[in-house]
Design a protein around this ligand. Sequence first.
Ligand SMILES: Cc1cc2nc3c(=O)[nH]c(=O)nc-3n(C[C@H](O)[C@H](O)[C@H](O)COP(=O)(O)OP(=O)(O)OC[C@H]3O[C@@H](n4cnc5c(N)ncnc54)[C@H](O)[C@@H]3O)c2cc1C
Length: 471
Amino acid sequence: MKQQERLHNKDVKAIAKNMASFYRLGKKVRVYHGSTTSTRTQHFKKDEMIDVSMLTRILEVNTKKGYAIVEPNVPVDALYKAIIPYGFVPPVVMELPGITVGGGIQGIAGENSSFKWGAFHETCSEYEVVLGNGKIMTISPQKHADLFWGIAGSYGSIAIITKVKLKIIPAKPYIKLTYVTVKSFAEGVALMNQKLHDPIGFIEAYFYAKNFGTVMYGVLSDKGDSPISHFLRAYNDWFYLHAEKISRKQKVYTELIPLEDYLFRHNRGAYWMGTYVFEKLHIPFNRITRFLLNPLLKERIVMRFLQSINVSQRHFVQDFVMPIATLQKMLEYADKKIGIYPLLICPGYSKNNVDKLASTHIKNAKLVYDVGVYGHIGLEYPEFVRLNRDAEKKTKELGGRKWLYAHQYYTQDEFWDIYDKKWYANLRKKYFAERVFPDVYEKTHVKEKYTYSAVKGLWSVLLSPFKLPVS
Ligand SMILES: Cc1cc2nc3c(=O)[nH]c(=O)nc-3n(C[C@H](O)[C@H](O)[C@H](O)COP(=O)(O)OP(=O)(O)OC[C@H]3O[C@@H](n4cnc5c(N)ncnc54)[C@H](O)[C@@H]3O)c2cc1C
């Protein structure tokens, strides 16, 4: 670990030096880390980027004190693999394995254990950061608390994260998962709200139609007392198909899922985004074709393919964060106006003093529900923008917010009416961010029409080991 620490310090010094020179020039930079789950098209030049892609080290695992210290460009599957041999696991593991620790903090990642632990950044207790002027600092809820809380959800617009201390908890070999079939949004929402009071560790729901869904909740388990299902092997079902089959057959069903299979259950098929590959290539969608194409249907490849063909304006990929009170109304809106299924619903909780110190993203939030809408929409560009604008208005009217990894089409005024500009601008000023980082509006607003290109996508998949995107 000592050698790793030395290499880490050397890399961070180089990043800080680079940052300081951008600051002197007053040049705006973006963060390059070699991959991205954000859906915006990326087209930035090398001299407009700070490269943190080398920060992939696990620096310490301390099971006695229950923490790990890692670099930000560790993807969650590598994080899991490094920690599980100690018999521990991070309490919030993003289910797309390519999401990185740094991206998860900067993008406020959450999971179906977030109703208990908070968003991913709330399981972190200390960051090392490089400020816009090149200064290296350690921040925590005790030291520079405003920056510590404010950096979450700031999308690389306040400082660069170079090291993260995060919580780890004892693992068990399985998740014992119960599926309950529900016949309406009202029934699903009521069941989820009720289950949140039970001693469970994980909960989420998928709706396959407005009158058919499944609420899934579970606990870590070491008892082999139920049937076992796997999701990582080429011949296994994709998770969302498995859950649907179960729910069509039984009202209530319980099974065991090995921990890794459960945490990364959406790797194969990238939720259901992988179905688009079959549609595009006119290949029948069945167990045999899924088996044969399995290597091409892992999340990293699917995301890279979708990114490169610039399809994000033909897909509707958004997560909406809604208060409990209006969750059902948002689901009804999604059903009527967007019409994409499955819909994903996952509760999350902000544990901290969010009123004063929360990031732009979750300010004033308490318990909220994420509504994930991911799928092909096939609208022409003007209608696509109109639908996004309409969804933005509806979300605001219902007291919710958009997750900003995806497209946003707000005007500046609308955006800053939702997010707290004064607080955000002060933070950027105080920590030397203004001069070098584009602000969160600029980073997340989509102003152009993307040009779709299937050929570019295929090239990108073929060249994927060599050519990496930027965010
Ligand atoms: C289909 C789909 C489904 C999704 N589902 C989920 C889900 O279930 N749960 C969930 O939590 N999220 C989900 N997301 C969103 C995802 O968590 C966020 O997009 C997350 O921010 C991605 O992290 P990343 O590692 O890919 O980083 P990127 O997307 O590349 O980065 C996110 C932001 O962080 C900045 N950044 C990255 N590293 C650093 C660093 N070291 N220092 C400073 N800034 C940095 C980047 O500049 C960028 O602005 C989903 C996204 C999609 C497209």
